[in-house]
Ligand binder design. Sequence first.
Ligand SMILES: *[C@@H]1O[C@H](CO)[C@@H](O)[C@H](O)[C@H]1NC(C)=O
Length: 322
Amino acid sequence: MMCRFPRRLSYSALVFCVIVGSFLYWGIHVHLFNLYFVSEAEFMDTYTFSDGFNNVTGVDRFIVPNIIHFIRFKNFDLTFVEYVVVIAAMRNHRPDKFYFHTDIKDAKCEGKYWEWVKKDQELWSRIQVKYLEMPTEIFGQKLNEGWGLFHGSDIARLRIIKKYGGIYLDNDCFVIQSLDKYRKFECAVNWDEDQFLGNQVIIASKNARILPLWLNTYKEYHSDEWYYNGGERPTVEILHRRPELIHRVKGDFGVDTGVSVSIYKNPIMDWRRLDIIHLLSGHRSYLDPNYNTTPVFDENNIRTYPYAFGEMAREVLDMPHP
Ligand SMILES: *[C@@H]1O[C@H](CO)[C@@H](O)[C@H](O)[C@H]1NC(C)=O
């Protein structure tokens, strides 16, 4: 009788200790797991910028999430060239996620080139489709009827980056090199000498100070001018006064029309020195002197296409060069 009681007690104590111990272990484990795997993203979300931020060196770690954003208003089909653009971004940059923002309800990834995307498990597992209403007005001003798609996308890209942070790319921006080096800046934008900034590529933290200022420039919206709000006004109203708000990229995002049109003219263009090149897909009919020979690219005619774009596309598709 005398020894039974303590023995039972020690047995209960053991059970108690095991239970408490496993809770502790679980707690520490979960805690460490969070510290290790979640903190980077949380850090990115909470990073705030102030006057001292160095726009030349950036910081020594990533502050922009590794998400590539595309906007697909009114049309969710994937053309051959758009497929090539997605493959190039995957192979040459490797984002964690691709977000396709579209105003098409229940958008389906259908058609030949979406099927090709689905077959690539590494790529397909990274793709997310997000519904996004197309803007039709800004600060009470109606967007231009004919250009609404383009002006709407100019506005939407800023809102998307302000919401998520990441890498915004036009649907015809071919990625050549990893963009990680730009993920250490508040906001990286191409702004060539004596030109307006290029909004085809925006790499920024969601907290980048320029984003609300940029959106505010739409208080004066010029619906009849193609690039007034897209590039001219933010350059003149913001960058001329506060150039330190961006990491200025000169040339390397390949948005200069004179440079990027060479991919359709020059068989030996040195395109590898750029990080991205804008393919000018919507403007080829009047910019590309050889347009009529190959008005629409596909997986057959690209095999022998003689100018730089042929080499670029074949390289990411693992096709032999002729
Ligand atoms: C950094 O900001 C300064 C203004 O403070 C500007 O003149 C310069 O062009 C910027 N440099 C880069 C690489 O963006």
